[in-house]
Design a binder for this molecule. Structure first.
Ligand SMILES: [Zn+2]
Length: 208
């Protein structure tokens, strides 16, 4: 799933926790947002492996909810929601598409890495790929109640995320072609160490 969907999903989790514990609504919302975003910071460094931990984030979230329930504070609740957001993101990616450059082709058997079992989880494709119509629908479904309930800066973040989701979904199918042209033209002039750091999916596409 695309980053806006994960960001909105994290905020929705934060909102739900905030409904139960209104005194921590603000910190829960922020923690959910950042937890939802965190895993995708690995986009260009071992994507869906380096910062995606479906099992370990889930375990951390379960553990973190004990102090959050026993001794609720901004710190304990924030940490629990943060790990819950990161866990939900990592698990949700297993229900999306694979890691290939054109995930709508459905050729990759890698959705997200399971460090606990040392293997890739196969994509379930309930949401066919990141930026697919189904993904956009999910983003907008999450954004609708959030934008109704929130106001001020949080509402702006929701609307901006939804706008990015619409734009990304609109251009998603063209992105691999653009990336291929860019990389084909840049490869001869890029230093070797930069080429070595390019994600495999781009280099595989170029060598095909
Ligand atoms: Zn992800």
């Amino acid at each position: 799933m695309m980053l806006p969907t994960h960001a909105l999903g994290g905020m929705a989790l934060g909102l739900a926790v905030g409904a139960v514990a209104p005194e921590f609504a603000g910190v829960a919302l922020i923690a959910g947002l950042f937890g939802g975003i965190l895993p995708d910071l690995d986009l260009y460094a071992g994507h869906r492996r380096t910062l995606h931990y479906p099992v370990y984030y889930s375990a951390l979230a379960a553990v973190a909810f004990v102090p959050a329930l026993l001794a609720p504070s901004a710190g304990t609740v924030g940490l629990a929601v943060f790990f819950l957001g990161a866990a939900t993101h990592s698990v949700a990616d297993a229900f999306g598409g694979g890691l290939e450059l054109r995930p709508w082709e459905g050729t990759s058997d890698r959705a997200v890495y399971d460090h606990y079992r040392n293997r890739w989880i196969v994509p379930r494709r309930w949401v066919r790929y990141d930026g697919s119509p189904g993904d956009l629908m999910l983003s907008l479904t999450l954004a609708a109640p959030l934008s109704l309930v929130l106001d001020g800066l949080p509402r702006y973040v929701v609307v901006a995320s939804a706008a990015v989701a619409v734009l990304y979904a609109a251009v998603r199918r063209f992105l691999p072609d653009i990336a291929e042209v860019l990389i084909a033209s840049l490869l001869p002039v890029l230093p070797g160490r930069v080429v070595a750091r390019l994600p495999d999916r781009y280099l595989q596409a170029h060598s095909q």
